[in-house]
Design a protein around this ligand. Structure first.
Ligand SMILES: *Cc1c(COP(=O)(O)O)cnc(C)c1O
Length: 377
């Protein structure tokens, strides 16, 4: 009792956030538009070297709009990452389209280019490929995009977890036809809730703003020829984002240091591996993940229980989408020739370690010693 709670990943505020929020109040820009929204968009685009962006109420909304902009609807198939959070694929179902889940590969835990290729043999005409970058690690993006280009299918990047990560020097989220960012409460920077849609296509981003603001046609009265959404980011919330963004690289460096510290601390325990990084990328290490060898008697639950007993938060790996009750009827394309799922293996033997950038050295040592203890060290 009384032990300080250590979080998986909680918001880290500085002081600029409140300045921008105060400005919104002082100028009475309390609306889903305003100077903070415009400036946050400009600053994010400059940071990520993105063509055009629009700030939205969530990352999920951004994914939904990307699918709308590609005219995805009933009867369409979308290839999507299997080992991810449900928000990646839910918008496919909002549009009445059908997700086909593509297994992860072991090198980055992201969409397997080989399984993707196999999926094209079975479903030659999907409307899009949608790939999430798990825990901040970029996928084998060139390989995936080569498959997409060979089949003339647009590529959407779910960079919700990988904001600040780069792949061959370019920011994740800026490489496909569309990219999306999230500023939810536990992401690397947060606005409490929010998202962004990214594209090189200026017209598409204009259309996204139109759809996100109730699809009002240009007329004096309220004229609508399409179904719209209320998906714009609030000017108050954008102020938080403006205050967070200058700290993104510092958050990333801290997350990377946490990852390195875990890796070094467990280097002598052969049963433990860390979540893989992509040598072609620079990951933000949003969450540090751990994988236990198949032969080990230690289970992720044992570690999570031991941490929880000390008031330390940890979490299982995302449960693969093809194992979710709501998606049981959807098809799944495994990476392995024998039909076994790489993602299911990661889920069974992996867990996410506390990756809060406010953890002190003392906190880190406590976490590490509890985990080492589980392995009899
Ligand atoms: C957080 C997250 C989202 C959703 O973003 P929200 O802003 O919470 O809607 C989508 N995809 C992945 C992989 C995420 O982790």
């Amino acid at each position: 009792m009384g032990k300080k709670r250590i979080y998986l990943s909680s918001p880290t505020m500085h002081s600029e956030e409140q300045q921008f929020v105060k400005e919104a109040f002082d100028t009475n820009w309390i609306a889903p538009l305003g100077p903070n929204v415009t400036a946050f968009e400009e600053e994010m685009a400059a940071y990520a070297k993105a063509g055009y962006v629009t700030a939205l109420s969530s990352g999920t909304a951004a994914i939904h709009l990307a699918l709308k902009l590609l005219n995805i609807g009933p009867g369409d198939v979308v290839f999507v990452s299997d080992l991810t959070f449900a928000a990646t694929c839910n918008p496919i179902v909002y549009e009445g389209a059908t997700p086909v889940f593509i297994d992860a590969e072991p090198d980055t835990w992201n969409m397997s280019p080989r399984a993707l290729e196999k999926a094209f043999e079975k479903y030659p005409k999907p409307k899009a490929v949608l790939c999430a970058y798990l825990y901040g690690t970029p996928a084998k993006i060139d390989e995936i995009m080569a498959v997409c280009e060979a089949h003339h299918v647009p590529y959407i990047e779910d960079a919700a977890e990988s904001l600040g990560s780069t792949y061959k020097g370019k920011h994740t989220g800026t490489l496909g036809r569309f990219g999306i960012f999230s500023f939810n409460g536990n992401k690397i920077i947060t606005t409490s809730g929010g998202g962004m849609l990214v594209s090189e296509d200026e017209e598409a981003i204009k259309k996204a703003v139109f759809l996100a603001t109730q699809a009002r046609d240009p007329a004096r009265y309220y004229l609508h020829s399409q179904i719209g959404y209320n998906y714009r980011m609030s000017n108050v919330v954008a102020g938080i984002g403006r205050g967070q963004l200058p700290h993104l690289d510092e958050h990333k460096a801290r997350k990377q240091a946490i990852y390195r510290q875990y890796k070094e601390a467990f280097a002598d325990i052969s049963e433990i591996g860390m979540n893989p990084l992509n040598p072609d990328g620079d990951a933000n290490n949003w969450l540090s993940g751990m994988l236990i060898e198949r032969e080990s008697n230690v289970t992720p639950d044992m570690i999570m229980d031991a941490l929880e007993a000390e008031n330390i938060e940890s979490r299982p790996i995302w449960k693969p989408m093809h194992e979710q009750p709501v998606f049981v009827k959807c098809d799944f394309m495994p990476h392995n020739e024998d039909g076994s799922s790489v993602g299911s293996g990661v889920f069974e033997r992996g867990l996410c370690l506390p990756s809060d950038i406010k953890n002190t050295q003392e906190d880190m040592e406590r976490i590490i010693s509890i985990i080492r203890n589980c392995f009899g060290r």
